[in-house]
Write a protein that binds this ligand. Structure first.
Ligand SMILES: Nc1ncnc2c1ncn2[C@@H]1O[C@H](COP(=O)(O)OP(=O)(O)OP(=O)(O)O)[C@@H](O)[C@H]1O
Ligand SMILES: [Mg+2]
Length: 391
């Protein structure tokens, strides 16, 4: 029996001219990993909210939604609360208590479990998610990634049959997002929990999926295994969001079985194109920046802190940006990306001549010099970037 069965679901928001969902037909089996994708506004969240009556939007609806064979509206609120776990986009919106341990116990307390069961479940989940080290912390001390993991652990403590997630990584940095998705995969594989997830990081979730549902303007255009969806989406705008191996597969004529991961892609290239290999070709970026060696921004051994007594935010940073280059800065939450950008932006005012305009401090940390060169369009001479504490 399917865990969820949606038959001919059509839904229209009040006063909307067109339905947000039209004739959606989906069967989700227990233990499956389902990815929902589509352009912004195509109805993904609207559909996801139909998986729990407490979250179902107000409007006109036809068709039916069955949970383990029963009409969802007939399934008690208590059963839905414990068996259908929901993780929202923003980690802060879901947290209701101030302590990590209390947050994990909160759902179970509401369901009326006894103390012994609550303690056991919370301990199990803390260990499964590696939360032991910050178990006693205040929730406000956690990073975005930790908060989202806490939401997940709190939901999983109720041992739901299905986990429903609406873009859970959209506010996490790339590393935290990757770790979070790996944890979702672990839950699916090790605990057998069904997963229904809306996610824009298709590169990562596509290979995890048993099935991918693609929506377009409220209609379901595909519901199939990821390899079939990858093949069928060629030519659609959404194809640009497909993982790189799928795009390469299509770009080379869809020979053999569609690869989903880098590893599969490598093996696939070896099997089908080894003889044709003739060294590396230039990327578009390499072509466009070729011969343009003019350095427009250069930073050398830059240190920066906002207050004298606070820790360094930028530590010994050196970089060079050449004219015409697309320069990308990556890093986890709070690693100093925005500070570095604002240092670059304000570098003309951050000079030795006018240190009064500086908001923060830079320190040499025993280094020879802290310098910041800006050789922008004005072609001014290089300026040094030194604060009160420079040598
Ligand atoms: N509360 C609401 N009232 C009226 N219309 C709504 C409401 N919520 C969403 N819509 C409309 O329903 C359609 C589908 O929206 P939905 O939020 O489900 O899309 P989505 O695929 O989740 O988009 P995104 O990728 O931006 O999150 C859109 O046209 C949207 O404007
Ligand atoms: Mg949405």
């Amino acid at each position: 029996m399917a865990l969820f069965e949606i038959r001919n679901l059509t839904f229209t928001y009040p006063e909307a001219k067109t339905p947000a969902l039209q004739e959606v037909n989906v069967a989700i089996e227990q233990g499956e990993f389902i990815v929902i994708c589509g352009k912004s506004g195509c109805g993904k969240t609207t559909l996801l909210r139909h998986f729990k009556t407490a979250l179902t939007p107000y409007g006109t609806r036809s068709g039916e939604i069955r949970f383990l064979g029963d009409a969802l509206e007939q399934v008690s609120v208590r059963t839905q609360a414990s068996e259908i776990g929901y993780v929202l986009q923003s980690p802060d919106n879901q947290i209701v208590t101030d302590k990590v341990w209390h947050e994990m116990a909160f759902g179970l307390e509401n369901l009326g479990y006894d103390q012994q069961t609550i303690r056991l479940r919370v301990a199990e989940m803390a260990s499964f998610f590696g939360i032991q080290n910050w178990f006693a912390k205040n929730v406000e001390e956690l990073s975005g990634g930790q908060k989202q993991l806490l939401n997940l652990a709190s939901v999983m403590a109720m041992q739901p049959k299905v986990l429903v997630l609406d873009e859970p990584t959209s506010q996490l940095d790339p590393i935290a997002a990757s770790e979070f998705l790996a944890t979702i995969r672990k839950i699916n594989l090790e605990l057998g929990t069904t997963v229904i997830i809306i996610e824009h990081r298709l590169e990562e979730v596509f290979p995890m999926a048993d099935k991918v549902l693609v929506l377009e303007e409220g209609r379901q255009i595909l519901y199939d295994e990821p390899r079939q969806v990858g093949k069928a989406l060629a030519g659609n705008d959404l194809f640009l969001a497909m993982p790189s191996p799928v795009q390469i597969y299509d770009g080379t004529g869809q020979v053999g079985t569609c690869p989903l991961t880098v590893c599969e892609g490598r093996n696939w290239l070896k099997a089908h194109f080894e003889k044709e290999q003739s060294g590396f070709c230039e990327t578009e970026n390499e072509k466009s920046t070729k011969g343009k060696d003019e350095v427009v921004i250069e930073a050398k051994e830059v240190w920066f802190r906002y207050e004298k007594e606070m820790p360094d935010v930028v530590k010994d940073l050196s970089l060079q940006v050449k004219k015409g280059e697309l320069f990308c800065m990556l890093g986890g939450n709070g690693t100093g990306k925005s500070t570095t950008l604002s240092l670059i932006r304000n570098s003309k005012t951050l000079s030795r001549e006018n240190p009064a305009e500086r908001k923060g401090y830079s320190q040499a940390k025993g280094k020879r010099i802290v310098s910041w060169f800006d050789r922008g369009a004005s072609a001014e001479p290089a300026k040094s970037f030194c604060g009160k504490h420079s040598p």
